[in-house]
Design a protein around this ligand. Structure first.
Ligand code: KG4
Ligand code: ZN
Length: 349
């Protein structure tokens, strides 16, 4: 089955063609990062207007790269919510118009579900299949759906959401923990701005943190002792702000070394908070697999932190092998669309 997928919920105009819910034939992403860097964040109306300019060329390119036409497509999957309403409407209207003109089935996909299915994606152009890690050892994945063993506990973290999700099977998917205030990605973006680093903050902090001392500052790990699986990042953000005020009390600017130490200590604290809760959930629900997904799952320290903490355990660890599957993309929306008809009950996050 060939699926055309469209995603425009935030600042990336995306279209992809997928075969049988896993094989990515094309995955086109037109990023607006350059535009939003000037304002230090996304202005919804500016983003929506950019989507309008880009959506048709992006869909055309996705079809061309997959070497298919609209006649070959069976299903159109599109992000319905959550997201910036003006941005979502561009994708939704395009998908609806294409479905109506070409007589195709239209599936509306929740963006958070999309991120969950990023770990199902495999690229056609790859010579060998990507691997997964069990107890610190690499294992090749299988292409069939039996490759996945339930229950799976997923940490899905981006700029807009921060969830722990329990998948008992393809039909039973539930959010068991979420942030009570900011998402970790948003904290990365805001702290980067405070330190004087570029938008988006995640990649900037990761880069600078490489030159810093992760033990330089002891930031609070809010809610890490609570029994639930919820998160809070606003206290950590405030704590970094006060630390910067202290450090710059007698000088107007942070030195490059202080920037790096702040970035490394902040990144380490976020990784610790996220992975500690994720592992608690995995133990409680006797998960067979643990997945990372969402923009923040691109973070190399977060991945390493999880591998270190599960070195002597039997969990199958997966995170998107291609960084473009971590941040917003349409391929993941297509993968979720494949299973969408079967979701029940709690599917409406
Ligand atoms: O999933 P995504 O593209 O969009 C949302 O749905 O929000 O995630 C974007 C977020 C941004 O906050 C960005 O700073 C963060 O993901 N991010 C990272 C990294 N790459 C992107 N955070 C930490 N480390 C990274 N390497
Ligand atoms: Zn997202």
């Amino acid at each position: 089955m060939l699926i055309l997928a469209i995603e425009t919920s935030c600042d990336e105009t995306c279209a992809a063609v997928l075969q049988d819910g896993r094989m990515v034939l094309s995955n086109i992403i037109s990023s607006q990062i350059g535009l939003h860097r000037k304002t230090g964040g996304v202005i919804p109306e500016v983003a929506a207007r950019e989507h309008l300019k880009n959506i048709i060329p992006v869909v055309d390119k996705a079809l061309a790269e997959a070497k298919v036409t609209m006649n070959d497509i069976e299903v159109i999957a599109v992000t319905e919510k959550p997201g910036l309403i003006g941005c979502l409407l561009v994708g939704l209207n395009t998908a609806q118009a294409l479905a109506w003109v070409y007589g195709k089935k239209l599936i509306m996909v929740n963006h958070i579900y999309g991120h969950v299915f990023a770990n199902w994606l495999v690229e056609k152009k790859e010579k060998s299949l990507p691997s997964t890690t069990i107890g610190g050892k690499k294992k090749n994945i299988k292409l069939d759906m039996d490759d996945f063993e339930f229950p799976i506990v997923v940490l899905s973290v981006s700029g807009g959401h921060n969830d722990i999700i329990l998948m008992k099977n393809y039909q039973n998917i539930e959010i068991i923990g979420k942030t009570l205030d900011d998402a970790a990605g948003e904290a990365f973006d805001k702290v980067a701005r405070m330190i004087g680093l570029d938008y988006p903050g995640g990649p900037s902090i990761q880069k600078v943190a490489g030159k810093g001392n992760k033990y330089a500052f002891d930031f609070p790990k809010s809610m890490s002792k609570s029994k639930d699986f919820n998160f809070s990042f606003s206290g950590l953000k405030t704590s970094v702000l006060y630390k910067i005020k202290d450090l710059t009390a007698h000088s107007s600017q942070l030195t490059a070394q202080l920037q790096a130490d702040l970035a490394a200590s902040f990144q380490e604290t976020v990784c610790d908070i996220l992975i500690t809760k994720l592992l608690k959930a995995a133990e409680k629900y006797r998960a067979k697999e643990i997945h990372l997904t969402g923009g923040v799952s691109a973070n190399l320290r977060l991945r390493k932190f999880l591998l270190e903490r599960t070195k002597n355990k039997n969990f199958k660890i997966r995170y998107p092998h291609n960084i473009t599957f971590c941040t917003d993309n349409a391929a993941m929306i297509g993968a979720a669309g494949k299973f969408y008809d079967h979701f029940e009950g709690s599917s409406d996050f």
